[in-house]
Design a protein around this ligand. Sequence first.
Ligand code: DC
Length: 238
Amino acid sequence: MGSGKIIIAIDGYSSTGKSSFAKLVAKGLGYIYADSGALYRAITYFAYNNGFIDDRGAIDEEPLKKLLKIIKISFRNDRGGNSRTFLNGDDIEAGIRTSQVSGLVSKIAELGFVREHVNAILKQMAIDKGIVMDGRDIGTAVFPNAELKIFMTATPEVRAQRRFLELQAKGSKDTYEKVLEDLKKRDYIDEHREIDPLRRAKDAIELDNTFMTMEEEIEWLNKILLPNFNLEVELPKQ
Ligand code: DC
């Protein structure tokens, strides 16, 4: 007999709001939230700070391969209930969100041994199910048997606008055009990577949130969760 808990895999393009949606769903169901991109970012942060990847993205693979086996990446929740990423006990959450790491992470995420390592950690996290995980290949490569798979999309222009506003709030001077161009480049790399590229699993349900609010996204999800899994996410209180 299962516990009734399921694995929810959420994949999709960058800046589709995957992590905000996944966090809200996990909270509403009392599930764990797992940010697979944060693991790729943590490894990139580690590689960069140890000189295993340079500013142009050239990688010294051998030492990285060896040291990956002994470093410890973990997640802990802070008081606000947000997940923070730790490397060997140090909080690196701010470090993994810098533009430096964002610019290099897709190179690190192309390496087969890195993907294997990340996938082993993700599988361990989901051993008791009851988890919402977001990424690019969760429904295709990490949990092909996940009970529910969602593939998130929105137009590049709307995603770039969301990202542009986020960056502006952080004091960035990047123009909307530059943000749109970077986003399209990232989409291309994610979709054309040799190992486990971003693509919609055949059995994933598409959520195009170009014109949707978060409340509408949760309502949309409940229409799937309730009849199929007897689960319901409560809408956040205003
Ligand atoms: O979602 P994010 O921007 O934090 O992801 C960071 C990088 O990691 C991005 O280049 C895509 C990659 N990634 C991946 O290849 N596979 C995943 N499951 C999650 C992220």
